[in-house]
Design a protein around this ligand. Structure first.
Ligand code: NAD
Length: 366
């Protein structure tokens, strides 16, 4: 069977590409219902993965591109069938307001830019899809939520693991009582950041922080969706094994603990200076789950007290964009939310972890 991806490949360099693709999309719309039309903002490494995965989406497709690099706009435009009229620079993208081919803008830029760009997208009357971390502080996250509410657009976060099959199976088992009462979560999230000093991840203003915002967020998020409660307090200790590479405001390694209302606790490690850390462990009175890998692009694998987790792997970003389309077009909420409020909960915990690490004291969450 010829897929949309095959067709795109065949048509990429053809002058006939745009009209044929429009026909293809019109057919799809007629046969499968509405499709969420998405403009990608920031055409970097993760955007490349998202764009590729979106070729297999049935309910979302790329209809706009925003970049500071004209050559990228041209090459991505040809590759994904996005006409010049739907290509924008960072300076001109407020004009998406007048583009009826774009329903939503997916923000895939450095963390420190998310808030201001989200406010502009909301002001343009388009739904905001935003990469994690949604912003770099809870105050910024709240501003985004308020702006989207005022503009009556949705705000969704790229929490791909909230839709991942083996992760959802562990959540199903926990809800069914298979693990008994929750006691403990361990989240180890890290990699050795090899980026040069010019990379935004090593720039405090653009990154907003260090490993905690980049990967520690997965442990926070995992603790919440696997234990199934919201933490009440945090403690944290920061260490720097390589202070030469990680300057002020760029956390290299943070150990943090979370305390939950039931008495369950989480113990997590977030780092930009160690490889092979991609693991969640959940312990209850009657059983356990271990996911490893737990946060990378998968397949997410693991086992519980009854055996291996065997749900089929589907490219995370394909599932995520289709799920985002379901929320926006049909009001269908996923089992674990992916909305702005969910992003804000993580940011409040991140603020508290930084405060706890700085002060050396336990920080209560309200
Ligand atoms: P990247 O450096 O590969 O891409 C960033 C893009 O933003 C580039 O195209 C760059 O040109 C553009 N950009 C716009 N303004 C910029 C500026 N002032 N400085 C630097 N770059 C600028 O980064 P990435 O790894 O693609 O990360 C982008 C976002 O995606 C981040 O928020 C990151 O946390 C998130 N991300 C999420 C996942 C996930 O699994 N959900 C994985 C990787 C990255």
């Amino acid at each position: 069977m010829t897929t949309r991806r095959d067709l795109l490949k065949q048509l990429a360099s053809s002058a006939l590409a745009l009209p044929l693709l429009s026909t293809l999309d019109a057919c799809r719309t007629a046969s499968r219902g509405p499709v969420l039309r998405v403009a990608l903002l920031g055409l970097g490494r993760y955007a490349e993965r998202v764009a590729d995965a979106m070729q297999a989406c049935t309910r979302a497709r790329i209809t706009g591109l925003i970049s500071g690099t004209p050559a990228k706009l041209a090459s991505w435009g040809a590759k994904y069938g996005v006409p010049e009229s739907s290509r924008y620079s960072y300076e001109t993208f407020d004009a998406v307001r007048d583009n009826p081919e774009i329903d939503a803008v997916y923000i895939l830029t450095p963390n420190g830019l998310h808030k201001d760009q989200a406010l502009r997208v909301a002001k343009a009357g388009k739904h905001v899809l935003c990469e994690k971390p949604m912003a770099v502080t809870a105050a910024e996250g709240q501003e985004m939520i308020d702006a989207c509410r005022a503009a009556q657009v949705q705000l969704l976060v790229g929490y791909r693991l909230h839709l991942e099959a083996n992760t959802l199976e562990v959540i199903r088992m926990r809800k069914a009582g298979d693990f008994g009462r929750m006691l403990f979560f361990q989240g180890q999230c890290g990699y050795r950041l090899a980026a040069p000093p010019t990379d935004w991840r090593r720039n405090r203003a653009l990154a907003g922080g260090g490993a905690l915002l980049d990967v520690g967020i997965y442990a926070i998020n995992g603790a919440r969706y696997l234990i199934g409660e919201e933490p009440r307090w945090v403690t944290a200790e920061e260490t720097k094994m390589d202070p030469g590479r990680f300057g002020p405001g760029l956390d290299e390694t943070i150990n943090f603990q979370l305390g939950f209302p039931s008495g369950a606790v989480a113990s997590c490690l977030s780092t930009h200076n160690m490889d092979h850390l991609d693991r969640f462990f959940l312990d209850g009175t009657r059983g356990y789950a271990e996911l490893q890998p737990a946060m990378s692009y998968g397949p997410i694998a693991g086992h519980t007290q009854v055996g291996p987790l065997t749900r089929e792997h589907v490219t995370h970003q394909t599932v995520q964009l289709d799920a985002m389309a379901d929320v926006i077009l049909h009001g269908k909420q996923p089992e674990v939310p992916i909305d702005g409020e969910e992003g804000l909960r993580d940011l409040k915990i991140i603020d508290a972890i930084y405060l706890a690490a700085r002060s050396g004291r336990r920080v209560d969450l309200t």
